[in-house]
Design a binder for this molecule. Structure first.
Ligand SMILES: O=P(O)(O)OC[C@H]1O[C@](O)(COP(=O)(O)O)[C@@H](O)[C@@H]1O
Length: 409
């Protein structure tokens, strides 16, 4: 089944009528004749990324056809992957994911559009947040936020949305089973140079035990859940390819947008971050503001004098989703050692993905997912990466940058 064409104009109504019809059909996807599903031509180079993999996920053997008669050599869309024939994450989650995908396809179109370049510039629209200077939201952040809010509202599945761009969480639907936390467009300051950006999201169950509280109070409590309670998380990387990487608590899987059909196709099932990388990723212009432990760690690994006796290389895109994506692929550590990134919107969802890929997310001392958020916009140092690299880094003890003078670029 194909998803609708993405309107470039961010203010266009959501969802289009045809989209509505499709949503009603979604929970019954498995009942449709399989001939209706999109099947790209078989590609030898992608062998192993298709339904054969999915049958492993659902516990099947290496058969060439599933019980429903699906061609197990075909490619697999995200919706099929999570649906009844795949991971079976539940109808509510399938509908929510469909809306998140739709929103991210609109954002992908927006960041790539020649008609929206002014949206990447600083602040010509008024934001609702309190950040200023280089942290102030750009129009593109605000439009992306609106796109996500509109999709989550339309899904009918979300009780609360908490966004990096809003001062307070927004209560959407009393009986929505989920809570969504999001950074709608991370790295947007890079947009003028066409550097990759990303959307980050985390999904929790609604806390039914606080249903009786006033909206403001229950919205906040639902949004301040510890990362260990995440039921799903993901990011969408807007780069040379648009990649949606997600986890529902059983592995991390990435899907690449096929622009010809609008489908996210499974391209990286069960990502395993190498236990060791040879790359460190940090803004090392801040070297003289770092604590002694972090300086020693970086000096050691770049000379090839660490536990892994290879000279490390530096890579720093300064766009969190892109830096994490590379780290998941190649290993190493992606870090932002000062109190800058947000626990609720960035650190928790990305740590969940890193852990599900066999890596680790830490603030330099503790596991991110075990930290109880006390403030919605709480900031902290963030280190994500390969297990052995992270253990070595943390053995230096003093790796959190406490000096945070505010940087202009
Ligand atoms: O300026 P620094 O410390 O290198 O921080 C860069 C990081 O900040 C970010 O731009 C996010 O900052 P914002 O949340 O303020 O947009 C990340 O994409 C990037 O990893």
């Amino acid at each position: 089944m194909q998803t609708p064409t993405i309107p470039l104009n961010p203010s266009s109504t959501f969802p289009p009528k045809s989209h509505h019809t499709q949503l009603k059909l979604l929970p019954k996807l498995h009942l449709l004749p399989q001939s209706l599903f999109y099947r790209p031509p078989k590609m030898a180079s992608l062998g192993g990324f298709g339904f054969g993999v999915r049958s492993q996920v659902v516990g099947g053997g290496a058969s060439s056809s599933s019980s429903s008669g699906v061609d197990t050599n075909g490619l697999c869309t995200l919706t099929e992957y999570v649906g009844k024939e795949g991971m079976n994450v539940g109808d509510d989650m399938v509908v929510l994911l469909h809306h998140i995908q739709y929103a991210c396809k609109r954002i992908a179109a927006l960041v790539a559009s020649p008609f929206n370049s002014s949206l990447g510039k600083q602040n010509t629209l008024a934001g609702t947040g309190t950040a200023s200077g280089r942290d102030a939201p750009k129009p593109l952040d605000i439009v992306s936020n609106e796109i996500i809010l509109s999709s989550l509202r339309s899904s009918g599945k979300v009780a609360v949305m908490a966004s990096e761009e809003d001062d307070a969480p927004i209560w959407l639907t009393d009986d929505g089973p989920f809570v969504v936390v999001t950074d709608p467009l991370d790295g947007s300051r890079n947009i003028d140079a066409s550097i990759p950006t990303g959307t980050i999201f985390g999904i929790y169950n609604r806390l039914v035990e606080v249903d009786h509280l006033p909206k403001e109070e229950k919205a906040l409590l639902n949004s301040l859940q510890a990362g260990a309670r995440l039921v799903a998380a993901g990011y969408v990387l807007y780069s040379s390819a648009t990649i949606l990487c997600t986890s529902f608590g059983s592995g991390t899987h990435a899907f690449t947008l096929d622009h010809s059909t609008g489908d996210f196709i499974l391209t990286h099932p069960s990502i395993k971050i190498p236990p060791r990388g040879q790359i460190y990723s940090v803004n090392d212009a801040r070297y003289f503001d770092w604590p002694e432990g972090l300086r020693r760690y970086i000096d050691t690994v770049r000379q090839g004098k660490g536990r892994y006796p290879k000279k490390y290389s530096a890579r720093y895109i300064c766009s969190l989703v892109a830096d994490l994506h590379r780290t998941l692929m190649y290993g190493g550590v992606a870090m932002n050692p000062r109190d800058h990134l947000r626990l609720v919107y960035e650190a928790n969802p990305l740590s969940f993905l890193a852990e599900q890929a066999g890596g680790r997310g830490s603030d330099g001392k503790s596991r991110i997912l075990s930290i109880q958020p006390v403030k919605l916009h709480q900031r902290l140092p963030l280190f994500l990466g390969s297990l052995e690299d992270m253990e070595e880094l943390e053995s230096y003890g003093d790796v959190q940058q406490r000096v945070n003078p505010g940087y202009e670029v």
